[in-house]
Write a protein that binds this ligand. Structure first.
Ligand code: SF4
Length: 422
């Protein structure tokens, strides 16, 4: 079935101008990772690209997009000929509009000069590098396959071809100290990136790291220590001239990630590939997370999603609250009403006032946003507002809270679902 088209003047919450494509292959399954990844299945790379080509047929004809994001997994793990094939496929189905942003996620160990040249030739103009840490012992805890020196080498090589570079770092790693975290931030700044994303380590159920914690093999850091690390990141990066523009994201002026801002505005986007989410015309679709099932379905012309839901206007409005509050700029009342049809104060009622009184949110009459204290407990604030605004029965609350990103990497960072495999 062809994905519907919307007139050029349709609102951005219905008409996608952003595309996400998921590439699940990785060299190694990091112990903390709960994304849709495929390890030891490189023999399926060609079949996966065949399947992706079939799924992309649903576009019907090339669609104009302002941003394109190839995430994973590790897209740079594809062999050079397969990466070339993927890029050609994307060129065939997406018209990059003038001033576009085309991002690709890469890991330091899998990005040589040949791939960098190829990416630059095909219009990739932003790289998101999974550095995570510069401390060898912490890289071992995270089970990352690269060395600090690899990250430095790849940034040096990339800079001449694709100067818009984002570096991902992780804090809250078992055994990590604030001093080590400060050192990681400093070494990341030494690489002169345009953007830094800092994620607190989470223990996702079923991952190796989660099992290690269950057995007592690793001891999580205290909440106070994690909080100190988060605040250290804010201080160090803003002192270095970065804008703190989303809970976990910092950018040099002019270098905010435009693609991720589509998610945080709760605007529409296309999503393709195993485990990918899409949001078109107010309908949320989640693709299957099992690689072989995805390939089978796509190649046989069957739907690749296992869940599709047209969100009610209220749920859509609450989802917009959850996403837009992630932005340090928060929610602009008038724009929110135009986008959702709901007056923010009527939707959230006393919960909004309560969070302002608690000092977790700031309200200047025109917009509301999380305060610095609120940013530190953002998930709790968002869930509280959600509970106040939802008219869904309690048993659906958890499910929908996941949908809005209360806990949610879902459709926020990588445009992919992070929970139940079908
Ligand atoms: S953390 Fe990144 S590199 Fe590691 S398994 Fe997950 S997607 Fe792959």
């Amino acid at each position: 079935m062809i994905i519907p088209e919307f007139p050029a003047d349709a609102p951005p919450s219905l008409r996608p101008t952003a595309g996400y494509v998921h590439v699940p292959f990785c060299a190694h399954h990091c112990g903390y990772c709960d994304f849709a990844v495929a390890v030891g299945k490189d023999h399926l790379q060609d079949a996966y690209l065949d399947a992706l080509a079939c799924e992309l047929n649903a576009l019907g004809h090339p669609r104009p997009v302002q941003t394109l994001f190839v995430g994973g997994g590790t897209p740079s793990h594809l062999t050079t000929p397969r990466l070339r094939r993927l890029l050609a496929l994307l060129q065939a189905w997406f018209n990059l509009l003038p001033g576009y942003e085309f991002s690709l996620e890469a890991n330091p160990e899998s990005l040589g000069n040949d791939k960098l040249d190829l990416l630059a030739e095909h219009g990739v103009n932003r790289l998101s590098l999974g550095v995570q840490s510069f401390q060898p012992p912490l890289l071992r805890v995270l089970e990352r396959p690269h060395r600090p020196v690899d990250a430095v080498a790849v940034v040096t090589a990339a800079r001449t071809r694709i100067p818009n570079l984002s570096v991902d770092l992780i804090f809250g790693v078992p055994g990590q100290t604030v001093a080590q975290w400060r050192d990681d931030l400093r070494r990341a700044l030494d690489l002169a990136p345009t953007h830094v994303a800092t994620y607190g380590l989470t223990y996702e159920k079923g991952t190796r790291l989660w099992k290690q914690r269950q057995r007592g093999d690793v001891v999580p850091l205290t909440e106070d220590l994690e909080l100190a690390m988060y605040e250290t990141a804010i201080d160090v990066l803003t002192d270095a001239g970065f804008e703190h523009y989303e809970i976990s994201n910092f950018a040099r002026p002019g270098f905010r990630c435009r693609h991720n801002q589509v998610y945080w505005a709760n605007y529409a986007y296309f999503g393709f590939g195993v485990g990918a989410a899409s949001y078109v015309g107010g309908e949320r679709r989640l693709n299957v997370r099992d690689l072989q099932a995805y390939i089978r379905r796509a190649l046989s012309g069957r739907p690749t999603h296992f869940q599709a839901e047209v969100l009610t206007p209220r749920i859509r409005a609450l989802e917009t609250v959850g996403q837009q509050l992630r932005r340090v700029d928060g929610i602009e009342r008038k724009q929110f009403q135009v986008q959702t049809g709901f007056a923010l104060d009527e939707l959230l009622g006393a919960a909004l006032v309560r969070n302002v009184e608690l000092g977790l949110m700031a309200d200047d009459g025109r917009r509301v946003a999380l305060t610095r204290r609120g940013l530190c407990v953002a998930d709790a604030v968002i869930t509280d507002l959600w509970r106040a605004g939802t008219d869904r029965p309690d048993e659906l609350l958890e499910e929908t809270a996941q949908d809005i990103g209360g806990d949610a990497r879902y459709a926020v960072v990588h445009g992919q679902a992070t929970w139940p495999a079908n």
